[in-house]
Design a protein. Structure first.
Length: 259
């Protein structure tokens, strides 16, 4: 039990927990948007189940570290199809299992985000019958599960690269997901109550999809840039919301009778 008094272990634990929470932001946003399509009484259950599946998947992947690290070996050599000896092309087009998962996950996220943005911008309204056919609880959970796999893989590889104790990794993942579960409700409420913020969230997911697809081809886009851009956009939108609320309050105070 000497690890309890080892400051390096605790530093690794807290650092990894923070990183897991940051990496989980994408997951929370996607789950919030997808669960909002369900009837009100099923939304909370979908969010909790989605995050619980993310936890189970991450812990399972941590116990399969050998398999996870094996995903970094090349399994599809596209560069070989062109008989090129250019090191840059070989590096970009030699795809591992991880690259393929990131690519298809990124394309799925781009497709879902673009479809949602299209429906909102064009003002498409689905009838109750159509909605029931297209949106079911199991359908939403399957979509969440697909993205859970992509985000969990990214999360686990980050954990393996930072810490060499599986117990620390699992503890950090459990704490991070617990915090995500606690924050999912207020985040979902805020996103769903403000259509403009929901559009920003969809744009955010679109950027993450592009980032995942690019990373599959060894083109790393620092997520800090994406998070900063989105945080700045949300801050501006938050100021707009406050300004509108103040204007409405002022109007209401100046005309209490509502005439």
């Amino acid at each position: 039990m000497e690890w309890i008094t080892d400051p390096q272990i605790w530093i690794s634990f807290f650092t990894l927990t923070v990183l897991e929470i940051v990496l989980g932001i994408d997951n929370i946003v996607f789950i919030s948007i997808q669960s909002s399509k369900l009837p009100l009484e099923q939304q909370k259950k979908a969010r909790q189940l989605g995050l619980a599946l993310a936890l189970v998947m991450r812990v399972a992947l941590l116990f399969s570290i050998k398999w996870v690290m094996g995903l970094t070996a090349t399994i599809l050599d596209i560069a070989g199809w062109f008989n090129t000896d250019n090191p840059a092309i070989i590096r970009y087009l030699s795809l591992s299992g991880r690259d393929l998962i990131l690519f298809f996950g990124g394309m799925f996220l781009i497709y879902k985000s673009t479809t949602e943005i299209h429906h909102r911008v064009e003002g498409h309204i689905e009838t109750g019958t159509t909605k029931l056919k297209k949106v079911t609880f199991s359908n939403i959970i399957i979509q969440i599960l697909i993205l859970d796999l992509v985000f969990s893989l990214d999360s686990v590889i980050t954990a393996v690269g930072m810490v060499d104790r599986i117990g620390v990794m699992i503890a950090a993942v459990i704490v991070a997901v617990a915090i995500m579960m606690f924050s999912a409700e207020p985040i979902s409420r805020f996103v769903n109550n403000h259509p403009s913020v929901k559009m920003l969230a969809l744009a955010f997911l679109l950027l993450i999809g592009v980032s995942l697809t690019a990373e599959a081809f060894d083109q790393h886009i620092p997520k800090g840039y994406i998070y900063f851009a989105m945080a700045f956009s949300v801050l501006v939108e938050f100021l707009n919301i406050r300004s509108e609320n103040k204007a409405l309050k002022k109007l209401s105070d100046s005309n209490p009778t509502g005439v």
